[in-house]
Design a protein around this ligand. Structure first.
Ligand SMILES: Cc1cc2nc3c(=O)[nH]c(=O)nc-3n(C[C@H](O)[C@H](O)[C@H](O)COP(=O)(O)OP(=O)(O)OC[C@H]3O[C@@H](n4cnc5c(N)ncnc54)[C@H](O)[C@@H]3O)c2cc1C
Length: 417
């Protein structure tokens, strides 16, 4: 009898689990089918979204349609619907009003932005989680430039181009550097009437350091690189309120208020859970199956770990979701074959981040120890590694050609009519 494996969420964890299930199905001649539930019609390569937000890349370069990904594989069926209910006791789930039965369930629903319950912040900021957010930020930056170009008054130009990014993790660092360079590039090429000193890009970080999970050397290098690119880094700043035109934060016991025209909130995430899920969160055991259900697994940003177990060391990163997706696929196949599952152990492959165009920082884990690299070569490596992660070979080739062209042409420019 054909076994049904339901995968909820077509992000990094879900798609890499399916990739491994597909491989094992062929290698072991397994009689399985996969149902992928995902409201989006495509996979999104999130680590490159900050470049979409700043016109370094186009949306088509960071998405892959599922129809293309699973073309010619009838055992993988995509249901373009949100899963709204799961009954682990009945082994069924509900999506788009229809009930689907499963033998094994994989929850890979990712995360949503965490506003820590502050409604003012969620209302008055934009975030960067998906391609729509990236497009929105791009439009807001273009609008800010247009507004600044309407006046010759340097103070008004400065007010129109005051951008705040909240969150000094990898996304905040990469995005603030790109925005600063993007504005400078546009002013130089297209908006010469705007004073080059008008834009301000501030990066607010609650902790006393940037990139809390990186080594002190990388933290320091990131701060220096940001400063070189004109980003004003404000550490130990606890942002309390954001309005459409200001940001208020506490620092060293003092309340401060700065003007902003756009505030981007990338200061935390929280698991994206299916509403009404029995346990209310996906608490997993060491083999990534749920504490209360051996047939149901959870991975990636959505999974919750007991603080005392080794899993608690797993970061909310694409490389962790990918490793877990592959591991869970193998565990499911072990279960199908009547074998015991194995615990998951996260292996860091290092830390890579771009700080503006043509500059990246990285710490790579090698058999000889950790290697620290920075500069153009690291940036090239960063792009090459990301490129190799695209599931689709044709897209890899297309993006390689485009990335190479970009080396010589820099950013795209939207022509003003
Ligand atoms: C801007 C940005 C930059 C990043 N940069 C890096 C980086 O440089 N390096 C790195 O390692 N990590 C990076 N990350 C983190 C990385 O993207 C995540 O850790 C990773 O995507 C987690 O994978 P996942 O499978 O758990 O979730 P996701 O990849 O987020 O996928 C979850 C999917 O589940 C779907 N879903 C949610 N609920 C339901 C439901 N009820 N029914 C059906 N589908 C549902 C969503 O639509 C989504 O497609 C970045 C993230 C962002 C937002």
């Amino acid at each position: 009898m054909t076994l049904t494996i339901a995968v909820v969420g077509g992000g990094f964890g879900g798609t890499y689990a399916i990739k491994e299930l597909d491989r094992l199905r062929s290698a072991m001649k397994l009689d399985i089918q996969v149902l992928l539930f995902e409201p989006r019609p495509h996979f999104v390569f999130t680590p490159l979204l900050h470049e979409v937000a700043t016109a370094g890349l186009e949306i088509e370069q960071v998405i892959i349609p599922f129809t293309k990904l699973y073309d010619g594989k009838p055992w993988i069926r995509c249901v373009q619907r949100l899963v709204t209910k799961v009954s682990t006791s009945k082994h069924t789930l509900v999506a788009g009003g229809k009930v689907y039965a499963y033998d094994y369930l994989l929850l890979a629903t990712g995360s949503v932005t965490n506003y820590y319950g502050n409604k003012k912040i969620s209302k008055n900021t934009v975030t960067l989680k998906n391609e729509q957010d990236a497009e929105h930020i791009r439009l807001r930056l273009e609008q800010a430039l247009l507004n600044a170009a309407k006046t010759r008054d340097p103070a008004k130009q400065g007010a129109a181009l005051s951008i705040a990014v909240v969150g000094g993790g990898p996304t905040g660092v990469e995005l603030s550097a790109e925005i600063s360079q993007f504005l400078q590039h546009r002013i130089k090429k297209q908006y010469r009437m705007i004073n080059r000193k008008a834009p301000t890009v501030q990066l607010f970080q609650g902790a006393p350091v940037l990139l809390p999970y990186a080594s002190p050397r990388l933290q320091d290098a990131a701060r220096k690189a940001l400063s070189k690119r004109g980003v004003d880094v404000i550490l130990s700043a606890k942002v309390s309120t954001v309005t459409p035109s200001s940001i208020t934060y506490e620092r060293g016991g003092e309340q401060n208020k700065d003007d902003t025209t756009l505030t981007i909130w990338v200061a935390g995430i929280t698991p994206h859970l299916i509403k009404g899920f029995r346990e209310n969160y996906y608490l997993v055991k060491e083999d990534l199956s749920l504490v209360h259900d051996d047939d149901c697994f959870a991975i990636g940003d959505a999974a919750c770990y007991d603080r005392s177990c080794m899993l608690a060391q797993t970061p909310a990163l694409a490389q962790a979701a990918v490793q877990q997706g592959t591991h869970v696929a193998r565990n499911i196949v072990r279960r199908v074959n009547g074998r015991a599952t194995e615990p998951f152990l996260y292996r860091s492959k290092g830390f890579l981040l771009s700080v503006g165009q043509r500059y990246a920082l990285g710490e790579l884990e090698t058999p000889f120890g950790t290697i620290f690299l920075k500069g153009f070569f690291m940036w090239w490596l960063w792009r090459t590694i990301y490129l190799s992660k695209f599931h689709d070979a044709k897209q890899r080739v297309k993006n390689a050609a485009s990335f190479t062209t970009k080396l010589f042409t820099k950013r795209s420019i939207i022509k003003r009519k």
